[in-house]
Design a protein around this ligand. Structure first.
Ligand code: G3H
Ligand code: 13P
Ligand code: NA
Ligand code: ZN
Length: 308
């Protein structure tokens, strides 16, 4: 069943989190829906502008519709991740998304508010909910001063005004995570003091955590043993920090990097181990099985298993 993320968040707030997973390919869509059905767990399938430019939105949206026919018991929502105004308005007009993100977090506060507000008005007129972002999601480096470091995080003093002015339905925050396989380069994890302060100013308001991949070092090692050259300082969000963040109002946790690492590991090992084969179906099947297993573990960690 298609469910508005608004409903997901009302149900999960403070108790469990909804995984929001970026998809680019048929194998990912299949395995995500299959896992959601097996775990009886709610999930958000999300498309970035890069994914839409790669595959064409019509192809991705058709694959999602196909998956719903194959896995009819799932509770899911379709979301545009990191949309600009053009992609957000296009997604709203298509009728294929229950939720869009307008990411104007790189703009100054006033421009971020204005751009977000424009998308919210259009989205709400079509019963689409909106995720906005406040703060700069990027790594905190070792040699940064405290002032530089603080400037990157979401300023808790701005969140009430931002939400009131924009009318957004959920808020992505910068509390220490970053995208990709090299998080927390300054050795710091999620800033729970900031998250707590945000929650106290926005009680019961759904918070979104970007950069939610775990970056399993076993996967990094397997990729490198099969010819990869990923750096040794790869790191992700520890499981206990994910669990802790749920109590602070984190309702949606975004995952992309882990699924890319898994893809890389499966395919590099396949080509290394069976160099005489040249068939996309064989590693594709392994990838789907491994991806499904990965998602079943995520649903458990997020306490979302059985909650659909
Ligand atoms: O932030 C989400 C994704 O990691 C970005 O991926 O821009 O390659 O679609 P993409
Ligand atoms: P990761 O790079 O940690 O997977 O984050 C994904 C994300 O935030 C997508 O919007
Ligand atoms: Na998003
Ligand atoms: Zn993101």
């Amino acid at each position: 069943m298609r469910v508005s993320p608004k409903v997901f968040y009302e149900n999960c707030y403070g108790k469990y989190a909804i995984p929001a997973v970026n998809v680019f390919t048929m194998e990912q869509v299949h395995a995500l829906f299959s896992a959601g059905e097996k775990a009886d767990a709610p999930f958000i399938v999300q498309l970035t502008p890069a994914a839409r430019n790669y595959a064409d939105p019509r192809m991705l949206e058709a694959m999602i519709k196909g998956a719903v026919k194959i896995y009819p018991k799932v509770s899911y929502a379709v979301h545009l991740d990191h949309g600009d105004e053009t992609h957000a308005l296009d997604a709203i007009a298509s009728g294929n998304y229950q939720s869009v993100m307008i990411d104007a977090s790189h703009e100054d506060f006033v421009t971020n508010v204005a751009k977000t507000r424009t998308v919210v008005k259009k989205a709400h007129a079509s019963s689409v909910v909106v995720e906005a972002e406040l703060g700069v999601l990027s790594g905190v480096e070792d040699d940064m001063s405290v002032a530089e470091e603080l400037a990157k995080y979401t300023q808790p003093s701005q969140v009430e005004e931002f939400v009131a002015l924009t009318g957004c339905d959920s808020l992505a925050v910068a509390v220490g995570t970053s995208h990709g396989a090299y998080k927390f380069s300054g050795g710091k994890g999620i800033q729970f003091n900031i998250l707590k302060e945000i929650q106290s100013r926005l009680p019961n308001f759904p918070i979104v955590l970007h950069g939610g991949s775990a970056v399993n070092l076993v996967e990094i090692d397997r990729i490198n043993k099969a010819g990869g050259e990923l750096r040794e300082d790869a790191s992700g969000v520890p499981a206990d920090e994910i669990v802790q963040s749920i109590a602070f109002g984190v309702c949606k946790i975004n995952i992309a990097t882990d699924t890319r690492l898994l893809w890389t590991r499966v395919h590099r090992e396949f080509f290394r181990d069976i160099p005489e084969l040249f068939d996309p179906v064989i590693p594709g099947k392994v990838y789907m099985e491994e991806y499904e297993k990965f998602m079943l573990e995520k649903f458990d960690l997020f306490k979302a298993t059985g909650k659909s």
